[in-house]
Design a protein around this ligand. Sequence first.
Ligand SMILES: Nc1ncnc2c1ncn2[C@@H]1O[C@H](COP(=O)(O)OP(=O)(O)O)[C@@H](O)[C@H]1O
Ligand SMILES: O=C(O)[C@H]1O[C@H](OP(=O)(O)O)[C@H](O)[C@@H](O)[C@@H]1O
Ligand SMILES: [Mg+2]
Length: 364
Amino acid sequence: MKENGSSSSGEIIERKAYARIGLIGNPSDVYYGRTISVNIENFNASVRLQPSSDLFILPHHTHDLVQFSSLNHLVNRLENEGYYGGVRLLMATCKVFTKYCKDQGIHLHDNNFSFSYETNIPRQTGLSGSSAIVCAAFSCLLDFYNVRDKIAVEIRPQLILNAEKELGIVAGLQDRVAQVYGGLVYMDFEEEHMHKHGHGKYTQLNSSLLPPLHLIYAENPSDSGKVHSSVRQRWLEGDEFIISSMKQVANLALEGKTAILEKDYAKLADLMNKNFDLRRQMFGDAALGALNIEMVEVARSVGAASKFTGSGGAVVAYCPDGPSQVELLEDACKKSGFSIVPVKVVPSLLNEFDIRALSSTTEA
Ligand SMILES: Nc1ncnc2c1ncn2[C@@H]1O[C@H](COP(=O)(O)OP(=O)(O)O)[C@@H](O)[C@H]1O
Ligand SMILES: O=C(O)[C@H]1O[C@H](OP(=O)(O)O)[C@H](O)[C@@H](O)[C@@H]1O
Ligand SMILES: [Mg+2]
């Protein structure tokens, strides 16, 4: 594989995308709001593109299970993890990529390939496992067709989102922006700018400004599309409460940016807690799920600030009192059967070729 990430035909291309944490402001990204997200090294998805005579999308041996030991096994699996794995995500990525290139007059050569994927991102836990698969696949396609310089970096998150929209999954841009850019990213999805440029304003922040954060998660898959659909419907219908609450959530990200830049971690803790409280009021406990709420409450029981990383399944926590409080948090999680790991931030993922492909419309 060449240094610039491009491939001459015949070479295998493997690309990774990492899980992300919505630190402040999510889910207002779905509603022209603002968010701050962190791309994390703790978990990743990788997609492998191997040149082949026909085009194959290979099912994953566990995530796209089609062979079961019994009817009960099949039913259990569907009840816990739903009908779908990553195959549909890979197919939708190919479709969206091809359509975009055709519309833009970007030439694609005629060689075929086989796509396969691996992921250790806990499934459907609000860590953006779905978009990580799409993002890694998209990155393989950019290099297989050698078009990294022809598709502006700012546009890529929207194309990655379009792949999930294609499947009817309600999702937002923050996951994809964090996964394309890497590191710690402040995002502003202001409506007029979005309509004018087709993307938000994305600014990478210095991730060393962050305090130590912890990730808490549980084996508790939930479908983010389902969680979002009723709030989205109410927002579309002009529901005053949802619209004004969503604006408040977006403002938390604005304040969060200042708090991070000033290392005002007491303020950051307060904003994280407010973020979850607003989500809870909008979505209601039934949609959020008892186990997800318990994760937040376990963290708060030791005085940590906590909120969902995404739509549910995982929680980001900050211990303002330092290591002794982290120990208390680890014990409390253990007692409740939750996993807890220190957050490791991914450095910026933009290489020199991507930086050249940043469009001139971006304002920092
Ligand atoms: N770990 C995974 N392996 C395979 N497919 C996945 C995985 N996670 C998500 N998906 C696919 O993405 C779809 C949407 O997942 P979503 O609820 O957004 O999860 P997440 O919070 O991890 O992004 C699922 O219905 C499934 O088709
Ligand atoms: O509700 C949220 O905070 C996020 O939900 C989705 O992410 P997921 O990891 O699938 O739960 C959505 O894609 C994001 O845009 C929302 O901010
Ligand atoms: Mg998702």
